[in-house]
Write a protein that binds this ligand. Structure first.
Ligand SMILES: O=P(O)(O)OC[C@H]1O[C@](O)(COP(=O)(O)O)[C@@H](O)[C@@H]1O
Ligand SMILES: [Mg+2]
Ligand SMILES: [Mg+2]
Length: 336
């Protein structure tokens, strides 16, 4: 079997398909290298002293785990000198991180959730890193990059991907020409292409949602899950299975592998937060990947990739996965 590495795949996308620039290729390679380093730290666990929490909270008011902070530092450091970046934004940082001496020249913006699935770190369940690449709109104007430059709808993404640190470390990527995945060859230290064209089955009978939030859900979500639970005897006429890993990367990875619907809906909690997941670091990159794999992603009513962000750390309801099922949830919202 001929093995294609990430670099070979990206060179092909650059030269033959003109899907990425040389700069984006280098940027993705740098992020992928950082993911290898994060995977290394994750796999050491207690032996590397990386488990447990810190006393700090991030901008979202969540207690930071040691690995949240370490992964953030690995990504910042790797990208500080490589690539053509103007600035980075992270779930773990209050404001943007400009690349010293690079702005206003840098052409791209990088956003990431350095460690997704934080509650699973200490229990040895799959976790991951999610990233998104945007053009830097300030680039041609010669001014300094600002936070507002990041506030672009997800449809503007140049590339998006995630790494999942599980029994195998995998990197899933889209540059807008479909979705591919790479498996980390730990001996060689390279990401090897293992799926060239990921497609999400249009139909499914598997849903993923945190049922403990049921009392807060909006009526259309409640109706949909009730229908799934009714199984063969209900209006959907088939039995459904349920999975909830509580790491978005791992849940989405399962959906890319065998289909399904993933929901972290906005709800009616008094906190007034529009869901739990973050638009810029989680919802947008995952929606880009899911759509490129033939699936769909909405916030309940609207296509997530069309949402105009208003804040860097904005939250949003997320319903994504197999097209027919996402469409059903959209219809339930429309009928409500
Ligand atoms: O613990 P809950 O409420 O089920 O939430 C799980 C969700 O929270 C997240 O862990 C949020 O991501 P972070 O770990 O990056 O904060 C998602 O990966 C996951 O889908
Ligand atoms: Mg996350
Ligand atoms: Mg995180």
């Amino acid at each position: 079997m001929t093995r294609k590495t990430l670099t070979q795949y990206l060179v092909e996308q650059q030269r033959q398909k003109k899907a990425v620039s040389a700069e984006v290729r280098l940027l993705i390679e740098t992020v992928a290298r950082a993911c290898k380093a994060i995977n290394h730290a994750v796999s050491k666990g207690a032996l590397g002293g990386v488990l447990g929490s810190l006393e700090t909270e991030n901008v979202q008011g969540e207690v930071q785990k040691k690995l949240d902070v370490l992964s953030n530092e690995i990504l910042l450091e790797a990208n500080e000198w490589g690539g053509h970046l103007a600035a980075m934004a992270s779930e773990e940082m209050e404001t943007i991180h400009r690349i010293p001496n690079r702005y206003p020249k840098g052409e791209y913006l990088l956003l990431f959730d350095p460690l997704d699935g934080s509650s699973n770190i200490d229990v040895n369940v799959s976790i991951g890193t999610i990233f998104s690449v945007l053009h830097a709109p300030h680039h041609t104007s010669g001014r300094e990059v600002e936070e507002e430059d990041f506030l672009q709808p997800g449809s503007q993404q140049v590339a998006a991907g995630y790494a999942v640190y599980g029994p195998q470390a995998m990197l899933v990527l889209t540059v807008g020409t479909g979705v591919v995945s790479f498996t980390l060859d730990r001996e060689m230290g390279s990401w090897v292409l293992t799926n060239e064209d990921i497609k999400i089955p249009e139909q499914t009978s598997e849903f993923a949602i945190n049922m403990s939030n049921m009392r807060h859900w909006e009526a259309p979500v409640k109706r949909y899950i009730d229908d799934c639970l009714a199984g063969k005897t209900g209006s959907l006429g088939k039995d459904y299975n349920m999975r909830w890993i509580a790491s978005m990367v791992a849940d989405v990875h399962r959906i890319l592998t065998r289909g399904g619907i993933f929901m972290y809906p906005r709800d009616e909690r008094p906190s007034g937060k529009a869901g739990k997941l973050r638009l810029m670091y989680e919802a947008n990159p995952m929606s880009f990947i899911v759509e490129q794999a033939g699936g769909a992603a909405i916030d309940g009513n609207e296509r997530i990739l069309d949402v105009q962000p208003t804040a860097l750390h904005q939250r949003i309801g997320v319903v994504l996965g197999s097209k027919e099922e996402v469409e059903r949830v959209r219809n339930y919202h429309a009928q409500a």
